[in-house]
Design a protein around this ligand. Structure first.
Ligand code: CA
Length: 496
């Protein structure tokens, strides 16, 4: 996304013909979400939302045409600014499509070089606020819901560039509806065969992130979608339905939580996270914070997470015992390093990433490995302990006693890293071996968390919320309260 995030509309800003901004409620990649009301003191007439009549004076209590009593209404408004997609979304709106899986816009208009889209608001939630993992049954329900809705859109000539979490609205009855999608085409003829599978790649990626680490069967199913194996939403929907028997009944203890959030000022999200069941005895949990011009930071962190998960899984078969885990991890880091470096050279650009991971082996040994300043903490006996060491200039200055830890937080060079993945031929990694106890929790996070929230506050939240999904959400919220200047991503893993 090259166009930068515009400044937001302050509360009280009139938007469109009928609305006033109540407040900005949330930011996502390429989106801003507001609550708006239909209060418009500057307009003599008011619109009736029952019949559409717009000629009733504001002083009257009921619609002049249908007699419905006026009441104050609230709406959810989405604002976006990638202008290349404006026209296609307007064409989609003009079709006036209605389907149970769609939160159809009531109004779409342009203002301040943004495309604003209004939907009814009845206490809906946003999928971007849902931490991973979700129960298998829920994931399969959402998969079917999305498949049915995309199939409907295709019949009506509507095609999306991709589906993201920011396009999913959660109704109070917990059903999912699509809204404010990145429509690329809204034509008169049904989407043709060759194009009907395109969105399924993004749907697979979207839903894989909600699969628990133990749910490798469902995660692998989503990976097949991600790899482009489905030619149409209906085919994916049927395959998901077949998974009900095998996967829907599985229920996992609340041992894990993960979330990645764009924050309050950044345009895109360059962080990535992942987890992978390597075998019956080993699981891997990863967080990465990418850097580089244009979109290359998010590419670097994505390559890092994907590569380390894939290679660690492949290496796992050759790990005969615990003494070989470190070498296998080192190899996985090197492979990720080379993959990013090669990609960067191919693209003629610079990119790199931090990488921190915890490999839990046989449920009792945690191998923590890192490069850069994304951190791993452990919570044991209600105490937060930093396990990894930052490879940053300020961390080195603190180590040498030149500045205090407090001064490091606000140091002008706090973002200078001494080591990253993907920038040199070889990468030097640190590995810490921890004898894990049942109930220990490991928190991997980017500097968007620890830079905004002090360790004692991270500790307080971790202690207060033993459920990792809730803790993940609260930590993201705390990062916002701290300023939200950076992307924030975190993974929490509890030792069973
Ligand atoms: Ca960061």
């Amino acid at each position: 996304m090259s166009e930068s995030r515009p400044s937001h509309f302050p509360p009280g800003t009139p938007v469109g013909e009928h609305y006033t901004v109540e407040g900005l409620v949330r930011l996502a990649e390429g989106r801003m979400f507001y609550l708006v009301t239909d209060a418009r003191p500057d307009k003599p007439m008011r619109k009736c939302w029952e019949c559409g009549e717009i000629g009733t004076p504001r002083s009257e209590k009921a619609c002049r045409s249908c007699g419905a009593a006026f009441k104050d209404r609230r709406f959810l408004m989405s604002a976006r600014w990638e202008s290349a997609l404006f026209e296609a979304y307007e064409a989609y709106f003009a079709k006036g499509l209605s389907h149970p899986g769609l939160a159809s816009p009531l109004d779409v208009f342009r203002q301040a070089e943004q495309l604003l889209s209004i939907v009814a608001y009845n206490g809906e939630g946003l999928m971007i606020d849902e931490a991973s993992p979700l129960p298998n049954q829920r994931i399969l329900d959402v998969a079917q819901r999305i498949a049915g809705t995309l199939a409907f859109l295709h019949v009506n000539g509507v095609r999306l560039r991709a589906l993201t979490r920011a396009n999913l609205l959660i109704s109070p009855d917990n059903t999912i509806r699509l809204f404010d999608m990145d429509v690329v085409d809204a034509g008169d003829v049904a989407v043709t065969n060759g194009l009907r599978g395109a969105e399924m790649v993004s749907v697979g990626e979207l839903l894989r992130r909600y699969c628990d680490v133990d749910s490798d069967v469902l995660a692998e199913f989503m990976e097949t979608a991600e790899n482009g194996s489905f030619e149409a939403p209906s085919q994916f929907g049927r395959a998901a339905e077949q998974r009900y028997e095998t996967a829907a009944a599985a229920v996992y203890r609340p041992l894990r939580g993960a979330m990645s959030d764009v924050g309050l000022t950044r345009q895109g999200n360059e962080d990535n996270w992942g987890w992978k069941k390597l075998s019956e005895r080993a699981q891997l949990f990863v967080v990465a914070d990418g850097m580089g011009g244009h979109d290359s930071g998010e590419v670097a962190s994505m390559i890092a997470v994907q590569t380390i998960c894939r290679v660690a899984r492949a290496n796992e078969e050759n790990v005969a015992g615990i003494e070989q885990v470190e070498a296998a991890l080192d190899n996985a880091f090197q492979t990720a390093n080379n993959a990013i470096k090669e990609h960067a050279e191919e693209k003629g650009t610079d990119m790199g990433t931090t990488l921190v991971c915890t490999l839990l082996f046989e449920g009792r040994t945690a191998f923590v490995a890192n490069v850069g300043d994304s951190r791993c903490y452990m919570v044991r006996d209600n105490k937060l302990i930093q396990v990894s060491k930052d490879h940053s200039l300020v961390a080195k200055m603190v180590e040498k006693g030149r500045i205090t830890a407090e001064e490091a937080r606000n140091h002008p060079h706090s973002n200078i890293l001494l080591r990253t993945v993907g920038t040199e031929r070889d990468v030097d990694i640190d590995i810490f071996r921890v004898d894990a106890l049942p109930g220990d929790r490991f928190l991997m996070c980017t500097d968007g968390l620890w830079g905004e929230v002090e360790d004692r506050d991270i500790e307080a939240i971790m202690v207060q919320y033993p459920d990792p999904r809730i803790a993940a959400r609260e930590l993201v919220r705390a990062a916002h309260h701290g300023g939200g200047k950076d992307n924030v991503s975190l993974v929490i893993m509890t030792v069973p």
